[in-house]
Design a protein around this ligand. Structure first.
Ligand code: NAD
Length: 278
């Protein structure tokens, strides 16, 4: 159901790779709610992914940019303001990548060049996105900026490796830049800490099937899926959350405050996880 929550709002959505991406599903939801936006991703993802399908479906424009490169962001912002016909009300940072995770490096044997890349792509890019936006003064008063995080920022999930540090930094940047953005422009900055979700980035984490299943049993509402995450992001972009800022908001079916569930106990009594029987 659509409520016209984003009617008249303009935005930029980073990170739609394919139809499973959180950014992709969010773009569809934002479109349903009347928001207009530019889609962006790294050139290689634009070539390999299907972003043009999404652009056509949502009547949006695609501008390539690598979020770690300030000059790309400058071009993206210049073009976005032009194409959308005015300043920006919302930005979604839905970007994450660790070369160490992707190449299966053990946490005790990290490649430090790659570690720096993990931090640059998955966390510092969020600072670059906001610093460039601030310098170019592209945000409208009362705007909203959201990035996606994961609870490995607070708790240990061994397979998440150096992405845990990236998410901790991402959440910290949201607070520090959120303060500046609030004072200068009344713009909100928040992170949404999402349940494990079946996407390209998600399934790249070692043992994903197991912790997806574990998390589902440990969440009183079950894992939050991509569609419900998109709904939450829409609400965070809307004026209904105009006083929420500098928060890490759990969108996880209750996982983050649950110690154990009867569902998990029963499950273990009956012989454990389905994925371990493959
Ligand atoms: N899938 C999960 O289980 C899960 C859970 C919690 C949080 N998240 C977070 O959600 C966000 C979106 O991931 P997803 O699960 O939709 O997976 P995804 O693989 O569909 O999206 C990740 C995106 O990051 C983009 N990207 C990588 N390097 C980039 C760069 N330098 N500049 C711009 N874009 C770049 C990729 O091209 C891709 O589109 C990530 O921050 C991820 O860590 C995912």
């Amino acid at each position: 159901m659509a409520y016209n929550l984003l009617k008249g709002k303009r935005g930029i959505i980073f990170g739609a790779l394919d139809e499973k991406s959180i950014a992709w599903v969010t773009a569809e939801r934002v479109h349903e709610e009347g928001g207009k936006f530019v889609l962006t991703n790294v050139p290689i993802a634009l070539r390999m992914g299907k972003i043009n399908e999404l652009a056509e479906k949502t009547g949006s424009h695609v501008v390539p940019s690598d979020a770690t490169k300030v000059e790309d962001l400058e071009k993206l912002y210049e073009e976005s303001v032009k194409v959308l016909g005015g300043k920006i009300d919302f930005i979604l940072h839905s970007i994450g990548m660790s070369p160490n995770v992707r190449k299966g490096r053990d946490y005790g044997d990290l490649n430090y060049e790659w570690f720096l890349k993990t931090l640059d792509i998955s966390a510092i890019s969020f600072h670059k996105v906001m610093q460039t936006a601030e310098k170019m003064d592209i945000m409208n008063e009362g705007g909203s900026i959201v990035a996606l995080s994961y609870i490995a920022a607070q708790r240990v999930f061994p397979g998440y490796s150096d992405m845990a540090q990236a998410k901790a930094m991402l959440e910290s940047i949201a607070r520090s830049f959120g303060y500046r953005m609030a004072r200068s422009k009344g713009v909100r900055v928040n992170t949404i800490s999402q349940s494990p979700t079946v996407t390209t980035a998600g399934t790249g984490v070692t043992g994903f099937d197991f912790f997806y299943e574990f998390s589902d049993k440990m969440s009183p509402l079950g894992n939050a899926d991509t569609a419900s995450c998109a709904d939450y992001i829409v609400v965070m972009f809307s004026d209904l959350t105009r006083m929420v800022t500098m928060q890490n908001l759990y969108h996880d079916g209750g996982f983050s405050t649950t110690g154990i569930t009867y569902e998990l106990i029963d499950y273990l009594k009956k012989g454990g996880f389905a994925s371990s029987k493959e």
